[in-house]
Design a protein around this ligand. Structure first.
Ligand SMILES: [Zn+2]
Length: 351
């Protein structure tokens, strides 16, 4: 194989791993995860904040099974379900992303992303086109694509969410023209928070554009991410007693050509110590430093190994219900955990 084709093949592998798409789909852009424009990055960092702390498990991190990105648009392919009760993930997504005005005088915060608007529904009801306008008038766009197995379309899901809002004293804002006074007030309430959000937006967007790495090159059954006002914090849980595969993730995140403009500045890894006593529930943590930014730690990643000990029945049951791929399940959970769950399940069936 020539040097050129092996380079192309590594680039294709990086693209497939960070987008969650099949390699057969090919590499559509010149960069596997192109950088977003400033307005686009700002919208995406909001999306990461809103979807990064889902209350329950999805088949993929943040319910995103795969994605495609360009400098001015991001398309997210969504999971079908979230949680043990199998709530509709696309509907959950709308409740986190679409802005609605709380009842006047209620003192409640505005749910959703201020300024986000529905532009239309395409592809026979399968794609919801969203765009946002910020206070500077800069535009950004987001496309939410429904999973293949779901029979209902976006019209129905959006209508149901609208009824839910109206029944709960919230006024939907996602089809109103321009930025409403409630949204402007929300954006102008904390100028210093907005400025620091702007600073961290590029890293947030770059993380979201590589979110599938947390599924494709690691074995984390749960990933959560939030912005603590200083740093993007990522909390990952693995069911393996030693936090395997975190180095592959670090290598992809810090890839010199296609990764984020960051490197690991400090690592506290317990599983790398060869004679460390075997223990449940330890944590490996990694601080990242930016190549160019003045910020010390743009990202902080913690990997919790086996926080639940040996029994993962609840997680395995939930993930199977949400449709997590079987091949990934067998990598994410030790064999004894799957066996324990299956025996427990069979025993319940016989009762
Ligand atoms: Zn470790």
């Amino acid at each position: 194989m020539s040097r050129h084709s092996s380079w192309e093949s590594r680039k294709l592998r990086y693209w497939a791993e960070c987008s969650g798409q099949s390699r057969r789909a090919g590499l559509p852009a010149s960069h596997p995860a192109p950088a977003a424009s400033p307005a686009q990055a700002r919208l995406e960092s909001y999306v990461l904040e809103q979807l990064g702390t889902s209350p329950d498990l999805c088949a993929h991190p943040f319910g995103i099974s795969s994605l495609t990105s360009s400098s001015t648009c991001l398309t997210l392919h969504l999971d079908t379900y979230v949680g043990r009760e199998r709530h509709s993930f696309p509907e959950h997504c709308l409740s986190r992303l679409l802005p609605a005005a709380p009842a006047p005088g209620s003192g409640d915060e505005l749910p959703g992303i201020p300024g986000l608007r529905v532009r239309g529904i395409e592809d026979c009801g399968r794609q919801l086109l969203l765009h946002s306008l910020d206070s500077l008038g800069r535009a950004a766009s987001l496309v939410l694509a429904l999973p293949g197995g779901l029979s209902e379309g976006w019209e129905e899901i959006e209508r149901r969410h609208r009824h839910w809002c109206e029944g709960n004293g919230l006024r939907p804002l996602w089809t109103t023209p321009g930025l409403g006074p409630v949204e402007s007030a929300c954006l102008n309430a904390f100028p210093s928070l907005e400025r620091s959000r702007e600073r961290r937006a590029a890293v947030g967007s770059a993380l979201l554009r590589r979110i599938a790495l947390f599924h494709t090159v690691t074995a984390f059954y749960r990933v959560q991410c939030w912005d603590d006002g200083d740093t993007w914090k990522i909390d990952a849980h693995t069911a393996h007693p030693r936090a395997r595969w975190h180095d592959q993730l670090l290598q992809r995140l810090c890839h010199p050509r296609w990764g984020l403009p960051v490197n690991v500045s400090d690592r506290f890894c317990h599983c790398a110590e060869p004679y460390a006593p075997y223990q449940w529930g330890h944590t490996c943590s990694f601080y990242f430093a930016g190549h160019t930014t003045e910020q010390d730690d743009p990202i902080y990643l913690r990997v919790h190994a086996s926080p639940e000990g040996r029994d993962y029945d609840r997680q395995i049951k939930t993930l199977r219900r949400t449709g997590a791929p079987a091949g990934w399940m067998s990598r994410a959970f030790p064999r004894h955990a799957i066996q324990h769950h299956d025996q427990h399940y069979q025993a319940q069936q016989l009762r």
